[in-house]
Design a binder for this molecule. Structure first.
Ligand code: TYC
Length: 101
């Protein structure tokens, strides 16, 4: 805040725009969830192409875990919930985790 010679009081506001934190959605490997189910989830929930889905799924299968995507908190939570709901409906033990970027 400053006082000008004419007596007006002037305020300057610094507008701070913070980028929202983002979260990785990580698929964890298990021995029972079918490979084609994991690919269908990656295509339908994470909007990956069939080739990308197969590549992510195989990476998880071979290394134990892999990133499906990075999203804002709400979007990551929604994708995680949708995936777990679908997996349980089909009787698969698929596990995911969410980690800050
Ligand atoms: N390992 C599983 C199988 O051999 C496939 C799989 C891949 C499961 C990725 C989970 O997140 C996963 N059927």
């Amino acid at each position: 805040m400053s006082h000008r010679e004419d007596g007006e009081v002037v305020t300057k506001k610094k507008i701070e725009v913070k980028k929202p934190r983002r979260f990785k959605v990580v698929f964890l490997n298990d021995d029972y969830t079918p490979m084609d189910f994991v690919c269908r989830v990656l295509e339908n929930v994470f909007h990956k192409s069939p080739a990308e889905s197969a590549s992510i799924m195989l990476n998880v299968h071979n290394s134990g875990a892999g990133i499906a995507g990075i999203y804002t908190k709400e979007v990551a939570e929604t994708k995680l919930e949708q995936t777990l709901k679908w997996a349980r409906q089909e009787g698969h033990p698929l596990a995911l985790s969410m980690e800050p970027e």
